[in-house]
Design a binder for this molecule. Structure first.
Ligand SMILES: [Zn+2]
Length: 113
């Protein structure tokens, strides 16, 4: 825990852990969630524990902590990919809007000339 104001964040992040594990967070929520997890050892630990519990219950035969941690790492990696894809999507939509607006302006200019 570095900053005091982080405490409040931790409470809301903690609430989002089950949603994260169920892939229910939106891309923007995912971003702030991962940013916090990255910086906050407490929440990372909480996520790890909850992940292990949820996975452990689903796959009772896998009693290997190493595999579970690897699984969480993979999940987090997948989340970053999801955010990246979202960013690329937003970029293309903005680009298309930009192009459309550009063409409309050009059309108007040419119509006036
Ligand atoms: Zn935290």
């Amino acid at each position: 825990m570095k900053k005091k104001e982080n405490k409040l964040d931790c409470k809301s992040i903690e609430k989002k852990i089950p949603q994260y594990l169920n892939d229910e967070l939106s891309a923007t929520e995912l971003r702030s969630f991962l940013e916090h997890i990255n910086e906050c050892a407490d929440c990372k630990e909480e996520l790890t524990i909850r992940y292990m519990v949820s996975e452990g219950l689903d796959k009772a035969e896998i009693n290997n902590e190493y595999n579970l941690l690897k699984g969480l790492e993979e999940k987090i990696k997948g989340s970053y990919k999801k955010i990246r894809n979202y960013d690329i999507g937003v970029f293309f939509v903005s680009f298309l809007i930009f192009l459309t607006v550009g063409f409309v302006i050009l059309a108007i200019v040419f119509a006036i000339i």
